[in-house]
Ligand binder design. Structure first.
Ligand code: G3P
Length: 218
């Protein structure tokens, strides 16, 4: 399973990248806005900087147009920023049409705002490289986001779809573990959820004891 970080914060991207286990970055308009980035040139430069930090991974950059022509024009500009850019397209009718156009024209896509297996089938049919079910937001509504990952994984296996399941809207380390069990190809996570995987009190207690004992022979 690949690990992506879900942020536009450069310090957090650097920290996750330095850990050596990062395979990519996802962003969205809300995450870009949170960093206070304003204007198209600044946004595009920010994507370029992210690509220069994570040199060996896929970087999702989201379109904000909602009509076919607009999505295609915007996606072409985003894809031209860097070869590692993946154009993130919302699961809407013109989005599906645009994803098929991108697939036919050699531009990779990440289909975002996916909340059902039917939407995931459409994304795969359009040739998306990634499909992003938002599991945290599904949980927020009282459903089970991990169950959706399992269902999509079953369908993709039966049908031989090559689209990778990118579990998004991850809120905690347990989400990551459950998504790994459910067959997600990628988890995109906030930095604290990735670092949360490190934590176990017995590790801390065990290390303290080892270091204490090491003093006896050093
Ligand atoms: O990748 C999508 C993700 O950023 C959404 O997360 O926490 O806003 O539901 P959240």
């Amino acid at each position: 399973m690949k690990f992506f970080i879900d942020t536009a914060n450069l310090a957090q991207i650097r920290e996750a990248n330095d850990l050596g286990v990062l395979d990519g970055v996802t962003t969205n308009p809300s995450l870009m806005a949170k960093e206070g980035i304003k204007g198209q040139e600044a946004v595009y430069n920010h994507y370029k900087t992210i690509c220069e930090i994570v040199t060996n991974g896929d970087i999702s950059a989201e379109v904000v147009s909602t009509d076919f022509d607009g999505i295609v024009a915007e996606g072409k500009k985003l894809a031209a920023i860097h070869p590692n850019i993946i154009v993130k397209v919302p699961m809407i009718k013109d989005g599906v049409k645009a994803m098929k156009w991108f697939t036919d024209n050699g531009i990779k896509t990440n289909c975002t705002l996916v909340f059902s297996a039917g939407q995931a089938i459409l994304a795969a049919k359009a040739g998306a490289k990634y499909v992003s079910p938002f599991i945290g937001r599904i949980d927020d509504g009282g459903w089970d986001g991990v169950q959706l990952i399992e269902q999509i994984a079953r369908i993709y296996t039966i049908q031989g779809f090559e689209t990778e399941i990118l579990a998004a809207s991850i809120r905690n380390p347990l989400h990551i573990i459950k998504c790994a069990e459910a067959g997600a190809d990628v988890c995109t996570c906030p930095l604290e959820s990735i670092l949360g995987l490190l934590k176990h009190p017995l590790t801390d207690i065990g290390l303290a004891k080892f270091l204490e004992d090491a003093k006896k022979f050093s």
